[in-house]
Design a protein around this ligand. Structure first.
Ligand code: IPD
Ligand code: CA
Ligand code: CA
Ligand code: CA
Length: 268
């Protein structure tokens, strides 16, 4: 795959962080783990991967700003460019030995998503996209799935865990969708969920309570694979609302409608 100079920088950072994560994945029992809040863990593996990405990206593009899950905001001299980084999306999976986790890196230019990368080192699947250039998994061009009926669709979601709140809404949404679809998946890594929508593995995805680093790269992947992504109201305030709904044009529209319905009767 012939990557642009920018994407080569991102791929190098992600692969290096991925190697660190893979090493730690085999030694999970020896990792220091702390709690940021109820049900919200961070480990040495998260911090090491973030350090690697920060060092690599800062060296290659000095002055760019950062928004990172663990370090937070790092202001650079260059106000036009901002990296949005989740060094380990799917920490809970990682700490339980479930190989569904990823590095997520996005670059914004003047507030617009320009480049995206999601990398699952356990499966060596590297998802990349640049604005206007299409989306890829390794060297394969991606296209969202073509199914147009919710009844044929497999839809990904996230279920808020301990300490997250909004359980009531999530249950109503889940109830409204699960009775209408062929299957629901809760994989535990939002960046990968969106990458799977881009790859046509999932027909759609929705989740609330997300942060920009969970979704930034995935949003561009979905769009560059011909899909649609919005907040829960159909607008583009995903970062501010923490909500995402994604799919091909039809599934996206139907999912939005289904999610906003009042509670459906309990499925038989
Ligand atoms: C989490 C994952 C999970 C989602 C949570 C996120 P983390 O990210 O993306 O799928 O349901 O809301 O916080 O903490 O593992 O990077
Ligand atoms: Ca986290
Ligand atoms: Ca995350
Ligand atoms: Ca994370």
């Amino acid at each position: 795959m012939a990557y642009s100079a920018l994407m080569r920088v991102m791929v190098e950072a992600a692969r290096k962080a991925g190697r660190s994560l893979s090493r730690d994945f085999g030694e999970v029992q020896n990792l220091q783990v702390s709690m940021k809040g109820p049900g919200d863990y961070v480990s040495q593996a998260d911090r090491k991967a973030e350090e690697i990405i920060f060092t690599e990206l800062s060296r290659a593009r000095p002055g760019y700003s950062f928004l990172m899950e663990e370090r937070g905001v790092v202001e650079g001299d260059d106000a036009q460019h901002r990296w949005i980084v989740d060094p380990l999306d799917g920490t809970t999976n990682f700490l339980h030995g479930i190989p569904i986790f990823a590095v997520s890196i996005a670059l914004e230019r003047q507030g617009q998503l320009q480049a995206a990368l999601v990398y699952n080192p356990a499966m060596d699947e590297l998802y990349t996209a640049e604005r206007g250039g299409g989306a890829f998994m390794n060297d394969r061009r991606l296209r969202v799935a073509g199914r147009t009926k919710l009844t044929d669709s497999v839809i990904g979601t996230g279920i808020p865990h301990l300490g997250r709140g909004h359980h009531g809404n999530a249950l109503i949404e889940l109830r409204n969708v699960m009775g209408e679809v062929s299957g629901i998946r809760r994989m535990g890594a939002a960046a990968l969920d969106l990458a799977y929508v881009a790859a046509g593995r999932l027909d759609g995805f929705w989740e609330s309570g997300l942060s920009p680093w969970d979704m930034a790269a995935g949003l561009l992947l979905v769009r560059e694979a011909g899909g649609f992504a919005s907040d829960r109201e159909g607008g583009q305030e995903m970062f501010d609302t923490g909500t995402v709904v994604a799919g091909n044009e039809t599934i996206h529209r139907v999912l939005l409608r289904q999610l906003r319905k009042p509670l459906s009767p309990r499925p038989a």
